[in-house]
Ligand binder design. Structure first.
Ligand SMILES: Cc1cc2nc3c(=O)[nH]c(=O)nc-3n(C[C@H](O)[C@H](O)[C@H](O)COP(=O)(O)OP(=O)(O)OC[C@H]3O[C@@H](n4cnc5c(N)ncnc54)[C@H](O)[C@@H]3O)c2cc1C
Length: 390
C-alpha cells in the first residue's frame, strides 16, 4: 500500500484557518498542495514543486450525526475509520470502500471521487455525498447541498467538487448518506475453470444481479494468491450482504457453481494490496464487453507476470497494478498501445506522465470553471497536466 511520507509546511484546524491560508497564498503567490492523510499524494500528475503543503489532518471530527436521518457531517480531515467507528455504534455505515488505508480522510476520498467494489451496489462517491463546505481560491467559504447556509444557485456544486482533486476548492466539511449495516456479510470465491471459454462464459453471465451481491470482483491468479486464495487462474469474488435467508440462497447457488467461502478480511486486504511505487492504470468499457476489456488488459500485461489485475464486473472497469514498474516496458507495452475503451493512468513513475497522453480539463468550459473557483491558480497546480504544454 502507498505510504508517502509527508510533512505539511502548515497545518490548519478550522475552516477559518483554511481561508486565512488561502489569502496568504494569494499574497505570496505561492500555490498550495492540499494534503489530507497524505497517503496517496503520488496519484495524479505531479503538482508544481514550489507548492506549499497545507495539511488538513487536524481539521477533523464529526460535526453532526443524526442516526434517524441516516446522515452524517464531518470535517474533511476525519478518517474513514473514525466514521466507521461512530456509525457502527448505531448499526449504520458509510458504504464506501475505496482502496487505501483506514487513515484516509473523508475529504480526500470525496475530492478524488474514490470508491471501491461496494460501488457495485451502493454507487460511487458522488452518489453518497449530500453536501460540502469548501474554501475557494479567493478564500471565500461556500456550501452546496445538505446543511445549506449559502448555496450557489443554478448548478450542483457538491457534485462539481466531487472528483475535482481539490482544483476547484479545498473541501473543509462533507455531509454523507449512511445505510443500515447488514445482518450478514459473507464472501464466496469462485475459481474459473482452466478451460477455453470458461472465463468468457462466466463474464457473459456473471452473478451480478443476485439479490444480495453487493460487490463482484474478478481477480487474476497473482492477486488471488495475495488475498489468500490458491489458484492457477482468475477467481471471481462475490460479497453477499443482507438478511441471512437471502444471503443463504445466493451462497448456495454460488457453491453449486464451484464456489468456496472466501478468507476473512479479504476485502480489507484487497483495499491495501497496492504496493508503494506501483504503476496503476485502469481500462474501462461497456459492462457487456467486460470479457473483451479483461482479455485486452491480460494481453497488454502478458510480459509483466507480477502484475495484479482486478475488475469490477458490474461496472466494466479493469484495474491493473504493476509493482516495481520498468518505465521502458510500461511505456512500450501499455501506454503506447492502441486500446478500445478508456485508459486512465492513476499512478506512474514521474518520467512516464509525459507518455500518458494530455491531461484532462483542457476544454474551454473546464478551464472557465476552474478560473471562476481558483482565479489565481493556487490549488494543486499541475495535477491535471495543465503545466505540460497545454
Ligand atoms: C481507483 C483508486 C485507487 C486508489 N488506490 C489507493 C491506494 O492504493 N492507496 C491509497 O492510499 N489510496 C488510494 N486511493 C485513494 C483513496 O481511496 C483515498 O482517496 C485516499 O487514500 C485518501 O487518503 P488521504 O487522506 O491520505 O489523501 P491524500 O493523499 O492526502 O490526498 C489525495 C488527493 O486528494 C487531495 N485532497 C486531500 N484532501 C483534500 C480536501 N480536503 N479538499 C480537496 N482536495 C483534497 C490531495 O491534494 C491529493 O491530490 C485510490 C483511489 C482510487 C479512485
Amino acid at each position: 500500500m502507498t505510504a508517502t511520507a509527508v510533512h505539511p509546511d502548515a497545518t490548519v484546524g478550522s475552516t477559518a484557518d483554511v481561508s486565512d491560508a488561502v489569502r496568504e497564498a494569494i499574497g505570496t503567490r505561492r500555490p498550495l498542495r492540499i494534503v489530507g492523510g497524505g497517503t496517496w499524494l503520488d496519484a495524479g500528475r505531479p503538482v508544481r514543486s514550489d507548492a506549499r503543503a497545507l495539511g488538513l489532518r487536524e481539521l477533523s471530527g464529526i460535526v453532526d450525526y443524526t442516526p434517524g436521518d441516516l446522515t452524517l457531517t464531518a470535517r474533511a480531515g476525519t478518517t474513514l475509520a473514525d466514521i466507521d467507528a461512530a456509525t457502527k455504534a448505531h448499526g449504520q455505515w458509510l458504504a464506501l470502500d475505496p482502496p487505501g488505508a483506514p487513515g484516509a480522510t473523508v475529504g480526500a476520498t470525496i475530492a478524488t471521487a474514490s470508491a471501491g467494489p461496494l460501488s457495485h451496489a451502493f454507487g460511487l462517491a458522488r452518489d453518497g455525498i449530500l453536501g460540502v463546505e469548501a474554501v475557494t481560491g479567493e478564500g471565500g467559504i461556500v456550501r452546496g447541498g445538505g446543511r445549506v447556509v449559502k448555496n450557489v444557485a443554478g448548478f450542483d456544486m457538491t457534485r462539481l467538487l466531487t472528483g475535482a482533486w481539490g482544483t476547484l476548492g479545498i473541501l473543509t466539511e462533507v455531509t454523507v448518506r449512511l445505510r443500515a449495516r447488514p445482518e450478514t456479510d459473507e464472501t464466496v470465491a469462485v475459481a474459473i475453470a482452466p478451460k477455453a471459454g470458461a472465463l468468457a462464459a462466466m463474464l457473459c453471465n456473471p452473478p451480478v444481479d443476485m439479490g444480495s451481491a453487493v460487490a463482484v470482483e474478478l481477480v487474476n491468479a497473482a492477486l488471488a494468491q495475495r488475498l489468500g486464495i490458491a489458484s492457477d487462474g482468475p477467481v471471481l469474488l462475490v460479497r453477499l450482504m443482507g438478511n441471512a435467508e437471502l444471503v443463504g440462497t445466493d451462497r448456495a447457488a454460488l457453491f453449486g457453481a464451484g464456489g468456496i467461502g472466501g478468507p476473512d478480511g479479504i476485502w480489507e486486504r484487497l483495499r491495501t494490496t497496492e504496493p508503494a511505487g506501483a504503476a496503476v492504470f485502469r481500462l474501462s468499457g461497456p459492462r457487456a464487453r467486460i470479457s473483451d476489456t479483461w482479455a485486452r488488459v491480460a494481453s497488454l500485461l502478458a510480459g509483466l507476470p507480477r502484475a495484479l489485475i482486478h475488475a469490477s464486473v458490474g461496472r466494466g472497469v479493469v484495474r491493473c497494478i504493476v509493482p516495481d514498474p520498468d518505465p521502458v516496458a510500461l511505456s512500450a507495452g501499455i501506454l503506447h498501445q492502441p486500446t478500445a475503451g478508456t485508459l486512465v493512468a492513476e499512478r506512474l513513475p514521474v518520467s512516464l506522465w509525459g507518455s500518458a497522453g494530455r491531461g484532462t480539463g483542457r476544454d474551454r468550459l473546464s478551464r472557465g470553471v476552474r478560473r471562476a473557483f481558483d482565479p489565481h491558480g493556487l490549488f494543486n497546480p499541475g495535477i491535471f497536466g495543465e503545466g505540460d504544454g497545454g
